[in-house]
Design a binder for this molecule. Structure first.
Ligand code: FES
Length: 153
């Protein structure tokens, strides 16, 4: 049984037959579960008449789409140029080690945090920068990370 079928049906009904609707449709479907599951993409394909390959193509091309379940809080670690030269790598390392993430994992076992690497967050003067949900933290050092993460539960 598909999760959130009714909610997805509502989104599909809103967009069906409209031109250029695939991206906004997928965005709204993603908002329901915070990610696009394979089941959800398959369902949209069957119900809304989009080719599954086209849906995968869009979902994997645009960085706003997430194909894996997300933690309660999403940590965006900026890897843009300004942050990179301000040693964003050591910030990322500190975040990942504080959360005990193994290589290849980006969500903590308790599903509290998901870490994603992004290009410029638009506040380069504060580099290196991370965002946790809607909050920006800048001028970071690896030593500051544990104290910041502790505030989230
Ligand atoms: S490069 Fe990190 S905020 Fe711009």
């Amino acid at each position: 049984m598909m999760k959130n079928k009714e909610k997805i049906d509502q989104v599909i009904n809103k967009f069906i037959g409209k031109k250029g609707s695939l991206i906004p449709l997928l965005q709204e479907v993603q908002a329901i579960d915070k990610y696009l599951s394979k089941d959800a993409m398959r369902y949209v394909s069957e119900k809304a008449g989009f080719n599954l390959a086209q849906i995968y193509g869009v979902a994997t091309f645009y960085t706003m789409f997430r194909l894996k379940p997300q933690g309660k809080h999403v940590i965006r670690v900026c890897k843009g140029t300004a942050c990179h030269v301000s040693d964003a790598n050591s910030i990322l390392k500190a975040v990942r080690s504080d959360l005990h993430l193994a290589d290849g994992e980006d969500t903590t076992k308790d599903k509290l945090f998901t870490v994603v690497e992004v290009a410029c967050l638009g506040c380069c003067s504060l580099s290196p920068v991370i965002m946790i949900d809607d909050n920006t933290f800048g001028k970071l050092t690896p030593e500051l990370i544990a104290g910041i993460l502790k505030k989230y539960d």
